[in-house]
Design a protein around this ligand. Sequence first.
Ligand code: ADE
Length: 224
Amino acid sequence: MHLSIITCLPKLLESPFSDSILKRAIAKGLVSVEIIDLRPYSTDKHKSIDDYAFGGGAGMVMMIEPIDRCLSDLKSKREYDEVIYMSPDGEIFSQSIANELSLKRNLILLCGHYKGIDERVREYLITREISIGDYVLSGGELASAVVADSIIRLIPGVLNDETSALSDSFQDGLVAPPVYTRPAEYKGWIVPEVLLSGHSANIEKWKQEKAEERTQKRRPNLLK
Ligand code: ADE
């Protein structure tokens, strides 16, 4: 998979891909991530990528031309399955969208900024809009990092068997059961006996029951 993330704040996206699982996935060649600075695609001498809104209103609007030029440049190098605009009024991101996107080959994530983006970008240049929740971020960068992380960890080979995404919360429609590690007793707070029993059938049964119980209590909507 190749992920191209277009942003006017490329520095914001350096660290999410330079540590831990994402860094290893890139190093293993399972995914390549390219952070593209939008500014060089500006056509004027001030390198502007935003302008005042027609009709007035507070805030600057991202211009269509630098974005179109950037997209054309990317598309001349490879074919993309989706051009996704990160937006608070997009489709709400979920594990099922992450699963779906993890099967694609090449994706573009376009990060918005300022007060918005020229509507013609949304109308003519993108294929999908994704929101990571009903709250407004200063820009799409953090949202794109969230989406990229959740997709990349699903690519076969990124996680090993022990950390397999198959046991993640939401993958089976349930949240994950509680987990414990050593010591078995701390300040008198004990780990459930069954987890220390070595009896794998009982342990699996316990995990399933706890996952169901926890889902019922915390996310009953998942059970509907
Ligand atoms: N840009 C600003 N807020 C956002 C959100 N909640 N999700 C995706 N992109 C955004």
